[in-house]
Design a protein around this ligand. Structure first.
Ligand SMILES: [Zn+2]
Length: 256
């Protein structure tokens, strides 16, 4: 069915966030398959027995038909591709997935494609569906590293980020996104503390496929340090407040 006068298009998308609109509608924020953000109204989605029931829940991947209105787009059909229901039913998984959704909500932009972001997100959520314990933490850290790289801030964990010389443990430049050698450490520059183990873990997580991240076997204390460092890096470059990440980090003692 096509409504005359209203341009429509199909897209595959991941639901990130829902906000109430009026008595029974929802505004749903999606990450579209081209990596841009789409906000669309799901009319009547809060009515019992709505055709959208269970289809626009956070982390659900849907094939949608959208109609372009004067201000917002309207969802006229949504078919589930992947429901990711395990991410809503289990506390640890939902905490981890909420970091992913909140990050994407804040860094993705309408009409600004970044095609690798959608595949990364699908791979992350698929892996989180079946991960448990420390593997979830490893997936969060790996997602943030790769997500930041796609957002234009690619961290590296090898040579000194300033001069290219040999960098040791200690200072990680938040501005440059890499470790610093002794000579390049200037007082007052924005650095985070990084152990050798954390730098090695971050290098591994950055290089691994999402489906392999859970099997790397990085210990929980090292993952906690890695999360603290990647969080500082994200906070330094992303101006929006990432509430879910702050909450997640506080559970691992790396808040603040
Ligand atoms: Zn240097």
């Amino acid at each position: 069915m096509r409504l005359t006068g209203m341009p429509s298009h199909h897209t595959r998308a991941i639901s990130l966030r829902r906000t109430k609109l009026g008595e029974t509608d929802l505004i749903v924020t999606f990450l579209a398959e081209d990596g841009s953000q789409v906000r669309a109204v799901a009319k009547g989605a809060r009515k019992p027995g709505s055709r959208f029931c269970g289809r626009v829940e956070p982390y659900t991947v849907v094939d949608m038909l959208l109609h372009t209105g004067r201000t917002l787009e309207t969802v006229s059909d949504a078919q589930i591709v992947s429901s990711h229901c395990a991410l809503r039913e289990d506390y640890d998984r939902s905490q981890a997935a909420s970091v992913v959704a909140d990050f994407l909500d804040k860094v993705s932009v309408e009409c600004q494609p970044e095609e690798r972001l959608f595949d990364l997100t699908c791979a992350t959520l698929d892996a989180m569906d079946v991960a448990r314990g420390d593997a979830l933490l490893a997936l969060v850290v790996a997602f943030l590293l790769k997500g930041m790289a796609m957002h234009g801030y690619r961290p590296q964990f090898g040579a000194c980020a300033s001069c290219g010389g040999i960098a040791g443990a200690g200072a990680f430049s938040l501005e440059l996104g890499g470790p610093l050698c002794e000579a390049c450490r200037t007082p007052g520059s924005d650095v985070a503390y990084a152990t050798d183990e954390a730098l090695a873990a971050l290098r591994q997580l950055m290089a691994a496929r999402m489906s392999d991240v859970g099997g790397l076997g990085i210990s929980r204390p090292v993952l906690g340090d890695s999360l603290g460092l990647v969080r500082s890096f994200v906070v330094y470059h992303v101006p929006a407040r990432l509430k879910a990440l702050a909450m997640y980090a506080s559970e691992f003692g790396t808040g603040g």
